[in-house]
Ligand binder design. Structure first.
Ligand SMILES: Nc1ncnc2c1ncn2[C@@H]1O[C@H](COP(=O)(O)OP(=O)(O)OP(=O)(O)O)[C@@H](O)[C@H]1O
Ligand SMILES: [Mg+2]
Length: 503
């Protein structure tokens, strides 16, 4: 076979035999990859497989123990993030790295401010920021501090920041975890455009359809090793990717459930708060999974916060088992058996320097305290059961939470709330950043919860998940519940989307 000229081209990036160990874990056991200009490489693997660690080696965050990195054939030592940036590498990290007290414009141009006669040129920065956000399909208030932005907005700022730099290589580590289909489509179009401009992309995602639709090549990691490299992406199925990732085949994506729907538990009438939630009316029954779909900013999270007492409604009423309730703050909601797993891990109060088991025990102290003393054995046993059922990858239960992979941090949050044994569980993007295998375990858990008569409100940006798991679906648009769908065989993503977009 005669190689095409492109095959002779020196890759813009080569990583060879990268090894990286942390105390107790060998995160990378000799991983190699190559990337050419104008090409998108999909990098996939289970939670804890080593994807982010590999990317951090490229970003100058971690120095590999051994192995080498070449840029256009030249060996480099990426000893710090600024060296990596100056080599033309831009990384959108999985855990956002925005300066919380700066606004989105300041974050975009941090360290590379546009100046004119020595002064910052706010006008031109604002202009460029507006164009970037618009191209990503998001309206973002340029004067708001980043800590006051929603997760999706922060994610958009991260993406825009990478685009604003003149990078030759852009790495996106879970860029769409908080985005809904519409924003994802915009990002995919932008990536196509970047490729045409000769920029090389590494794209990490647990949303395998996205990877299949944009990647020219796919590399699969498992336990710090490369288990597959696929160059013929159009010939590969999602099923095959899953098999490479988890080492076995997964026959169905969503476990079946035979719901026995009970009486109304929570009844919401005319609930409103500003523009965010307007006149919401619905019931939630025992044994039911009620899905909420909608675009980012459609009011799903705001609705959840109202039910949980995190925000106060302007008007409207909520009854729980027939009794009117008005929660002053989340503590009262929790006491009445309502819990909210928020989409924001940081806000969940994971204390990153504490161990996994301590984080798990924290909101559950009541359960684990005996005679004033914390029964650590009991706490540990309870946590170990979740480590097992949710397949949380920890070197030991005492491992620092901050050192867990992104998806495994999310699982600790989930375990923490499940242990509370609430009756009504509001899940806001529960599988964000979680791999396919572990997602299935979470779905099984949701099924167990409703089989035990509990109620689940499932907010998700992944339409397939909403359809796969819900008994009924509410579709929100611009603060209003636009429609309700009795979920059945015939429900399609298109039907939900058109309601969410009002087309
Ligand atoms: N700073 C650190 N200290 C100790 N262990 C770490 C550190 N960073 C990562 N690890 C460990 O290295 C392994 C690989 O983690 P990594 O974050 O690269 O996984 P990942 O593939 O990105 O997973 P996810 O899909 O959940 O984001 C995990 O076992 C993780 O706990
Ligand atoms: Mg990661």
């Amino acid at each position: 076979m005669i190689d095409s000229p492109a095959d002779f081209e020196t890759p813009i990036l080569e990583m060879r035999d990268i090894v990286k160990s942390f105390p107790g874990v060998k995160a990378l056991k000799g991983v190699s990859l190559e990337l050419r200009s104008g090409e998108a490489l999909g990098l996939i693997g289970e939670n804890g497989a080593g994807k982010s660690t590999l990317i951090k080696a490229l970003g100058g965050v971690h120095l590999p123990d051994s192995g080498d990195i070449r840029l256009a054939g030249r060996e480099v030592s990426l000893r710090s993030p600024s060296i990596s940036q100056s080599e033309g590498i831009a990384i959108i990290h999985q855990e956002f790295s925005l300066a919380p007290n700066l606004n989105s414009r300041e974050n975009l141009f941090l360290g590379k401010e546009k100046t004119q006669y020595g002064f910052i040129d706010y006008r031109s920065e604002e202009e460029q920021a507006r164009i970037l956000f618009e191209s990503l399909g998001m309206k973002i208030d340029l004067d708001r501090r980043c800590c006051d932005l929603t997760v999706a907005e922060q994610q958009t700022v991260e993406i825009a920041r990478a685009l604003a730099s003149d990078a030759r290589i852009i790495v996106m580590d879970e860029p769409t975890a908080a985005l809904s289909q519409q924003e994802v489509d915009k990002l995919l179009a932008i990536i196509e455009d970047l490729k045409r401009k000769g920029i090389a992309i590494i794209y990490i995602s647990h949303r395998l359809e996205e990877v299949l639709s944009l990647a020219d090549r796919i590399t699969v990691l498992r336990d710090g090793e490369t288990v597959a490299e696929e160059t013929n992406v159009s010939g590969v199925s999602k099923k095959q990717l899953i098999e490479w990732m988890v080492g076995r085949s997964l026959d169905e994506e969503f476990p079946k459930r035979n719901p026995t729907i009970g009486p109304v538990r929570l009844s919401v009438k005319g609930l409103s708060r500003g523009q965010a939630v307007q006149n919401a009316n619905f019931d939630l029954r025992g044994g039911e999974v009620l899905g909420i779909a909608g675009l980012v900013g459609s009011g799903r999270t705001e609705l959840a916060r109202l039910l949980f007492g995190a925000d106060k409604a302007d008007t409207g009423s909520v009854t729980l088992d027939g009794e009117a309730v008005e929660f002053e703050n989340p503590r009262y909601a929790i006491e009445r058996g309502i819990c909210l797993l928020t989409e924001d891990r940081k806000e969940q109060g994971l204390i990153l320097v504490h161990s996994a088991v301590e984080n798990f025990g924290l909101p559950n102290l009541k359960v684990f305290v005996r005679n004033v003393l914390l029964d650590q054995g009991k706490e540990r046993t309870a946590f170990e059961a979740y480590v097992d059922s949710l397949k949380i990858k920890v070197s030991s239960v005492s491992q620092q939470v901050g050192n867990l992979s992104g998806g495994n941090q999310q699982k600790v949050v989930l375990a923490k709330w499940l242990q509370r044994n609430a009756d009504i569980l509001i899940f806001d993007e529960p599988t964000r950043g979680i791999d396919v295998g572990a997602k299935y375990e979470i779905y099984l858990l949701i099924n167990q919860l409703v089989a035990a008569g509990k109620s689940v409100l499932l907010i998700s940006s992944e339409l397939s998940e909403v359809i796969g798991m819900s008994d009924r679906i509410l579709v929100m648009r611009e603060g209003r519940i636009q429609g309700e769908i009795e979920n059945g065989q015939g429900t399609t993503q298109e039907a939900i989307l058109s309601m969410a977009l009002d087309t």
